[in-house]
Design a protein around this ligand. Sequence first.
Ligand code: AMP
Length: 584
Amino acid sequence: MPSRPLIGIDLGTTHSLCALFEGGQPKLIPNAHGQVLTPSVVARLDSGELVVGQAALDWQVLHPESAVSQFKRWMGEDRQVPLGPQTFSPAELSSLVLRALRQDAEAYLGEPVEQAVITVPAYFNEHQRLATRTAGELAGLTVRRIVNEPTAAALSYGFHRAQSVENLLIFDLGGGTFDVTVMEIFEGTLEIRSTAGESHLGGEDFTDRLLHWALQQSGQQLEHAQMATPKLVARLREEAEQAKRALSAGQTARLRLPEAEGQVPPGAPELTLDHAQFASLAEPLTARLQRPTERALRDAQMTWKDIDDVILVGGATRMPLIPHLLADWSGRPPQDKVDPDQVVALGAAVQAALIQDDRAVEDMVMTDVCPFTLGVQISKVFGGRHVSGYFLPVIHRNTTIPVSRQESVATLQANQTEVSLEVYQGESRKVEENLKLGELKVTGIPPGPAGQEVLVRFTYDLSGLLEVEAIVPATEERFETLLTHNVAGLSQEEIRLAQKKMQAVKFYPRDDLENRRLLHFASKLVGEIAPSQRSALEEVIDHFEASMESQDPKLFEHARQQLLLALSALGYAAPESDSENPDG
Ligand code: AMP
């Protein structure tokens, strides 16, 4: 019997993708627009319906107050994001994106899809991983595995070069996160040696630098402009994004300055920018890329000389300054054979094939590591005094997973019958500089002198989720917790309530998304064509918009054809459904 479909999802800061292992190969699944990149944006239309993806991105430019993007950056945080009259947690917003991808997969396969492998930045902490798993559950998906993005990239790459023997450095700069991973391929065995990174650094920060600069050039402050003229800022950010991308293809880029209401009329003032200017604006960001890269090499006990190839992953590595930087550090240009946008999703599909024991991957073995040090708080004795706040590592960073390790701690005072084990993640010797993951209370320690032993066992699974166990040897009593009930995780009851909330959400019909895109495209042109042509175009757009609501297919098709004709008479083609540039 064929196994039930298991899809691979790259849940990105700016875009998400969905893939499937089919006929011995990983393949990308197209969305309702025929594109493989789905913007990770959610919007609330005036009708109260929610849309996800390109239609939401289009809506955001004109109505920035009723759309949300980049919520991956808040995953694991205890915050509520307003969207119209409602609020959503970052996990709930992500679940809307996952739901849309799931529907695309169901439309493609013609059968229900209930299981997924989801990728996360390697540098995602426990809270962020748990929030990702919760997002999957809220989208009606059983999350079979959470995979680190660079590991997925390595799987996709290794799938095609399984028989080689080489060391690779995977440099993954996405929309909002940065990871570096060093791996070794040895005849079908893919071993991740080390991972390092930053979970709040990505291509969007480069766009923000451009936005700041453009505002400054026109004598404005971001905070003030955001309050006073949010539409101008939303449109200028779009211009900054386009300028950043234009610089990836050419020598200079121009950035048009919108008016207060976000319109960019013909003859709007412009700024131009070249590579040297962009590099100098981006300098504070590029400086932050070096340390994690060096640490990953050091942890893998390698130097640049040991690295055979550098693989670029994540859309932001398309900025020419990134390959230049790496060529500078490594002494040779990075290889450019993989598509940095697609490789992670394709790797998630390879991971799905590994889970399902697909014959095409039977000779592949993959090992991954825990990217952080995990441990507990302890006290130290200085001059006869107990000083608390120190970190005792239980699992060291870059240990191969799954792993289970044990350490011993002891009571501090005579007749102490309880110990509260505080669990932390991080690299600092003091816990205050690390991230608290949760707490485990150990009770019933038999009264006695100070120094009663408590054993602490950490088990870190293949999805990067941690289970903490404590054993009191004197009573053989066991205490355990999967760190799901901590500050940012949700209890089962909370998940049930969130599921109910998400089921009540009204969605804009998937089949109409393409028309919504055409409407947006045409509406945007209104402010950009010559004033003499404006009213004629507005008339056909109004007609089209009304026909979308009319439920009359004949009227609608007629109005659509009229709009397409009007656009072509003005020299514009309708947006293509499978264009390479999703923002085009
Ligand atoms: P990802 O999260 O991997 O989809 O990365 C998306 C990031 O890559 C966003 O910040 C995009 O602005 C950026 N990006 C995508 N294409 C390009 C390009 N051609 N040039 C520069 N940055 C790009």
